[in-house]
Design a protein around this ligand. Structure first.
Ligand SMILES: Nc1nc2c(c(=O)[nH]1)N[C@H]1C(S)=C(S)[C@@H](COP(=O)(O)OP(=O)(O)OC[C@H]3O[C@@H](n4cnc5c(=O)[nH]c(N)nc54)[C@H](O)[C@@H]3O)O[C@H]1N2
Ligand SMILES: Nc1nc2c(c(=O)[nH]1)N[C@H]1C(S)=C(S)[C@@H](COP(=O)(O)OP(=O)(O)OC[C@H]3O[C@@H](n4cnc5c(=O)[nH]c(N)nc54)[C@H](O)[C@@H]3O)O[C@H]1N2
Ligand code: SF4
Ligand SMILES: [Mo]
Length: 682
């Protein structure tokens, strides 16, 4: 029996024009409810619906354009086998049977000749729903004994800090922002990266809350902040330590709370000791008076809420920055009231185990995904001979682009890319497999800002011969004989298992033939309704394991990697045009490097000049935008560019070293140090 009534499935595919209610699962905190108009089986418009009050009828401009991805010239419609040079993108259409037969045969050969670890499955979030990752793919890789992947390109440092301090306790949801009297947006730009938070921040401001924004750029919300600290990227750890020192030194530390609910506050206090307001302000390149004002506001306000974003984690000091920032509400005694505490990724709030993956994890080699280039070029014992990429576009999004491309060019590497579009990575495939998008299948959208789960329905039939991850990995599992009899083996099977496992009412609604409403979690008050999920339920302010593993120890600043030759910091924040590199194939206005007027003047550059941005790893050619919306010494390019979006087919990730963060093994995107010069014409 299908768990979905035929009415739900037929409406979208039938009549000449119908409206389908679905949900956006993409890697964005908001998980919007969508209203999709379909005519003659094709998507015509995509808009926000009111079914989910957080969405409130509006969505971002990029997903409104998703139809252009569905039917665009870059869409992959059929399996293909490479016929040209690697990177050239010439493929011959083959059947799924031939393509999957070839993939299975090459996997078996790789395992026979060099062992399962010579196969590297490479994936990240993709569509980011429950159906599209960590399901049959996980079963396949585990049973086949491939290398394992540490998925660290994002949220690894902040995640590790949140786990170590609080065991990833659920955090403040959007609904409770209006209760705050002070909101600190720390390394986060909701105006681009989670637009539904903005109205809640505005509502809080309307009710008298003060806003502090800590960001090297003057983002839209920074412009209305009581205090904007345009810190030098990578210096957040010292800024946060100065706040700790101030709280401890001036009687604002909540000793009673610390005593009852934490361990390690003395060591934290010791490490903070050297960071006076003046010294931290000097290192961060901000006025000491502004930092003092932020410290006073934080010390005296309640409820005080810190939204810790991901902008502060993407550098060599990122793990300790996240530790120091997330420790602030503990020291300041900000928990225990609605609107107080911290707010981070709420992705762990539902505690969704995946009981349908029964294969145990093998003890095979772990490859950090930020070292893809090295893995392809340097690893031996065994070398990586087969790379299987899905849910990810590493040639565009992972550090050290040139090294990755050199790896992908290896003639003796067999590369499978399972993708929705002919991405920068797919161009290097030996076999390309076309994947469905979230509008062509079922998925579960999990919000990680607010807390809700919503069901995504197939709005249209798959375009061309595109197939879902569950379907394709299910077939590979059976071709390679890795499933036991009672295991989930295909898409429908998986859908039923997920429905059985989900908390809330999504599953029940669906079975009863009701249009499922988003299922909401609670609005927990930290230290009233929810507590740390650490072993002793206490906050561990000085986790011994991290003190040992972090190169300079906990709460230590490792300095700035700038040199005289490459003095400028290149950052690459989320933009309104793409989600990471998803939708980056669509036409866009000329991509520009943002630079402060002082830096431009120093280099004799003016607005709209053609420039080269370069360091020892590579060189990117774009036009220049000279504006004071970024601090001097820092320049900015959008994240997620495709190689076609710059003048020379090289993007910002080519300038990013593949070094790792102090905690969590994360990517150091914002440790790119560069020089910028005018590009001679001709
Ligand atoms: N439109 C859109 N939305 C997205 C995404 C997208 O690509 N596009 N991506 C999604 C994903 S995968 C993620 S992880 C989130 C990320 O969302 P955010 O947390 O907003 O992360 P970023 O955009 O990387 O950076 C946020 C801000 O940090 C600033 N920043 C850079 N370096 C530093 C620093 O060292 N310290 C401080 N304090 N600030 C710094 C940047 O200027 C930027 O304004 O957004 C999600 N939502
Ligand atoms: N310069 C710079 N680069 C960055 C960052 C930065 O700050 N600066 N931030 C990084 C961040 S925060 C992140 S999260 C990473 C993300 O980097 P990636 O993981 O590469 O994310 P996307 O670029 O969105 O690529 C996901 C791909 O999966 C495909 N896909 C989607 N759904 C499915 C599916 O169901 N099946 C299959 N087979 N494929 C699917 C999409 O078409 C898309 O091409 O990028 C990072 N890159
Ligand atoms: S990307 Fe975010 S804002 Fe845009 S539709 Fe999806 S959930 Fe909503
Ligand atoms: Mo991310």
């Amino acid at each position: 029996m299908s768990p979905v009534s035929s009415r739900e499935r037929n409406t979208p595919l039938g009549g000449p024009a119908s409206i389908v209610e679905t949900a956006c699962p993409l890697d964005c905190p908001d998980a919007c409810s969508l209203h999709v108009t379909v005519r003659h089986g094709k998507v015509v418009t995509i808009d926000g619906s009111h079914r989910n009050p957080v969405t409130n009828g509006f969505i971002c401009a990029k997903v409104r354009r998703f139809g252009e991805r569905l039917y665009g010239t870059d869409r992959l419609q059929y399996p293909g086998v490479r016929r040209g040079r690697k990177g050239q993108g010439r493929f011959e259409r083959v059947s799924w049977d031939v393509a999957l037969g070839l993939v299975a045969e090459r996997m078996e050969r790789a395992k026979r000749e060099s062992g399962g670890e010579s196969i590297l499955p490479y994936s990240y979030g993709g569509s980011n729903g429950l159906m599209t990752q960590d399901n049959l793919d996980a079963t396949l890789w585990r049973r086949f004994g491939t290398s394992r992947l540490a998925r660290t390109v994002c949220a690894a440092p902040t995640g590790a800090a949140n786990m170590a301090l609080y065991g990833k306790m659920p955090s403040v949801t959007y609904d409770d922002y209006p209760d705050a009297k002070l909101i600190i947006l720390w390394g986060v730009n909701p105006s681009a990266s989670g637009i539904h938070l903005v109205p809640y921040v505005r509502e809080a401001q309307k009710r008298g809350a003060a806003l502090v924004v800590i960001d090297p750029r003057s983002t839209p919300l920074a412009r209305s902040a009581a205090v904007h600290l345009p810190v030098k990227p990578g210096t957040d750890v010292v800024v946060a330590l100065a706040l700790h020192r101030y709280l401890f030194a001036n009687g604002y530390a909540d000793r009673q709370f610390l005593q009852a609910h934490s361990v390690g506050s003395d060591q934290l206090r010791e490490r903070a000791e050297e960071w006076t307001i003046e010294r931290a302000a000097d290192v961060a390149g901000i006025p000491a008076a502004d930092l003092q004002q932020a410290a006073d506001l934080y010390a005296r306000s309640s409820p005080a809420l810190i939204r810790c974003g991901w902008g502060l984690e993407r550098n060599r000091n990122g793990g300790n920055a996240a530790m120091a920032v997330l420790a602030l509400p503990a020291v300041g005694g900000k928990f225990g009231v609605r609107g107080g505490g911290y707010s981070m990724s709420n992705s762990a709030s539902w505690d969704i185990e995946r009981p349908w993956i029964t294969a145990p994890e093998p003890g095979t080699r772990i490859v950090n995904m930020n070292h893809l280039g090295r893995a392809l070029l340097d690893y031996d014992n065994p070398p990586v001979n087969l790379l299987f990429v899905y849910n990810c576009n590493p040639a565009a999004t992972v550090p050290d682009q040139h090294r990755i491309v050199r790896g992908l060019e290896r003639e003796d590497l067999f590369t499978v890319v399972f993708e929705q579009v002919m991405s920068d990575t797919a161009l290097y495939a030996d076999v390309v497999l076309p994947a469905t998008t979230f509008l062509e299948g079922y998925d579960f959208a999990r919000a990680y800002g607010p807390v809700h789960i919503d069901l995504g329905l197939p709005v249209i039939e798959p375009v061309g011969e595109a197939r879902s991850n569950a379907d394709v990995f299910g077939e590979l599992c059976s071709r390679l004989n890795v499933l036991t009899e009672d295991e989930v083996s295909g898409e429908l099977d998986l859908l039923i298992r997920v429905l059985d496992t989900l908390p809330g009412t999504v599953g029940a609604d669906l079975r009863a033939g009701r249009k499922p409403a988003p299922s909401f979690g609670t609005r927990p008050v930290q230290f009233v309704d929810v507590f740390p999920k650490t072993r002793d339920r206490k906050i561990d302010l000085f986790p011994a394991a991290l003190e040992e593993s972090a190169p300079a120890g906990l709460y230590r600043y490792q300095g700035d990697p700038a040199t005289a030759e490459y003095p400028l910091t290149l950052i690459s924040p989320a933009s309104e045009r793409t989600i990471s590199s998803t939708l980056g194939e669509l036409p866009r206005p000329d991509v520009k490097l943002l630079m402060h007027p002082e830096d431009a003047a120093e280099r004799g550059l003016t607005d709209n000049d053609l420039v080269r941005i370069f360091n020892e790893l590579g060189e990117v050619h774009t036009t220049l935008s000279v504006l004071p919306t970024v601090r001097p010494g820092t320049v900015s390019l959008p994240k997620g560019l495709w190689r076609r979006s710059t003048r020379n087919g090289v993007t910002g990730t080519a300038l990013v070293p593949d070094s790792l963060t102090d905690i969590g093994g994360g990517a150091c995107f914002n440790d790119a140090r560069v020089q910028v010069a005018s590009l001679p014409v001709g």
